[in-house]
Design a binder for this molecule. Sequence first.
Ligand code: URA
Length: 287
Amino acid sequence: MQTRSFEQGLQLVIAMLSGLEKRPDLRADNHVLQRITQLGKLARKPGAEEDLSVREAFQAGEPSTTEAADRATGEPGKREKRADPQTFEELRTRVLACTKCPHLVAFRHTVVFGVGNPAADLMFVGEAPGADEDMQGEPFVGRAGELLTKIIQTMGFQRSDVYIANVLKCRPDIPPGTSGNRQPTPAEMQTCLPYLREQIELIQPKVMVALGATAMRGLFGKTEPMKDMRGRWHSFNSIPVMATFHPSYLLRNQAMTEKRKVWEDMLQVLERLGHRISDRQRNYFLR
Ligand code: URA
């Protein structure tokens, strides 16, 4: 485990340094030093190996992975799909070294590639990393992320059973001295979307969930209001995509009716995956 996480840490550092190498303003800047510090912390954090591990999730016959796959499919023993680990690693390395948007490169602390099981049947697509995600290098770890994790768990999964990625892999920059997040621009999305498309192509999820308007715009170019798109199936390269509200919307609007809407969308997802749904699950957020 230790050796594996060390190797992966090393790969990340190499990817980052190779990216910097191509920059005219090459220097050992704070970003690199911070990332290396983070990697050191991650390597010491219990369970970090699981989060960082891609190869591990591909090992055929490994009990945890098989169980995760069964949980995600609802079909014990019927797991066939396996993304090629080398190709997935190669994509990760490329994305971590990306310097296509110089303004985002200058602003970011990390590139947030994605997290979870690369052989997952269920994939969530969000908007872009926020401040927490940018610091930790993992999508959906802030307040919205905590809510997404609860939704995933209420569905009967762990984060490591599904795959979570964003339309944008870098945090959209904001003016110095300000806080909060801004939406990705159309140009940033155009530049970054090929990476998400490659992830989807490799993972080949059976079902996807588009979290919010930016995910819908990125995947489909659709700009209708979320209230009209959510709760319906859309199709991305023949993969069914359920559109639902972004968790940050639920943080802003805590009404039970809105939680129920998102939950009903997730029940549709579970049904589509062929999952057994308990009565308790069916009745969440009903008064
Ligand atoms: N919101 C997103 O859309 N993605 C994240 O990773 C975090 C918050």
